[in-house]
Design a protein around this ligand. Structure first.
Ligand code: AMP
Length: 214
């Protein structure tokens, strides 16, 4: 099963992606996580990506598409995966479709986690990320057991540069300009499914499971 998660930054698609991956035992492929791992390891790709990420801009397609195609070609992705944060532009979606068509394959579902902009700004300012393993929390909705400390690895939790309010405003405008058109793109392909992302995390997840089991 190949699933794409769509939705504005902060809509909760990463959390839902993780829950889907756990239930269906398929890998969670997040281009944002791949970039952050590269930044942490000081790679050339990481240094390049960081310049865009810190401003709330998209990393250019030339860099992004290659890392994604390399990742999904790995062995653990052969029975499916959940893409979180990719595609973010129509050209990225077209490259993915072309690569899958060449393998006689296709995306099964594009799930749009719908949340209005007003809710997003509030949600993102409460988001905290682990400096070490990248796990994300929310001070109000998904707090760690101990404030400021990652439940999974014990490292420090921070507000990511790209979750700061001024950057979030940029990310939202980039989302509306470049990523939102994907909703129509997948709708035309007949694989778009919408869920109301303002509901509680488990309710959203149950709606997704309903969709995937049909
Ligand atoms: P995320 O963790 O998915 O919110 O991604 C964090 C940042 O990484 C984004 O704001 C972009 O700067 C960059 N990024 C992640 N995925 C992509 C993508 N598919 N295309 C371009 N930039 C991306």
């Amino acid at each position: 099963m190949k699933i794409i998660m769509l939705g504005a930054p902060g809509a909760g698609k990463g959390t839902q992606a993780e829950m889907i991956c756990e239930k269906y035992n398929i890998p969670h492929v997040s281009t944002g996580d791949i970039f952050r791992a590269n930044i942490k390891n000081g790679t050339k790709l990481g240094m390049e990506a960081k310049q865009y990420m810190d401003k709330g801009l998209l990393v250019p397609d030339e860099l992004t598409v290659k890392i994604l195609l390399d990742r999904v070609a790995q062995d653990d992705c052969k029975d499916g995966y959940v893409l979180d944060g990719f595609p973010r532009t129509i050209p990225q979606a077209e490259v993915l479709d072309k690569a899958l068509t060449e393998l006689n394959d296709k995306v099964d579902f594009a799930i749009n986690v719908d949340v209005p902009d007003e809710n997003i700004i509030n949600r993102m300012s409460g988001r905290r990320a682990c400096v070490s393993c990248g796990a994300t929390y929310h001070v109000e909705y998904a707090a760690p057991k101990k404030e400021g400390i990652c439940d999974k690895c014990g490292a420090e939790l921070i507000l990511r540069n790209d979750d700061k309010p001024e950057t979030v405003k940029n990310r939202l405008s980039v989302y509306h300009d470049q990523t939102q058109p994907l909703i129509e793109y997948y709708s035309k392909k007949g694989i778009l499914k919408e869920v109301d992302g303002t509901k509680a995390m488990n309710e959203v997840f149950n709606s997704i499971v309903d969709i995937l089991s049909k």
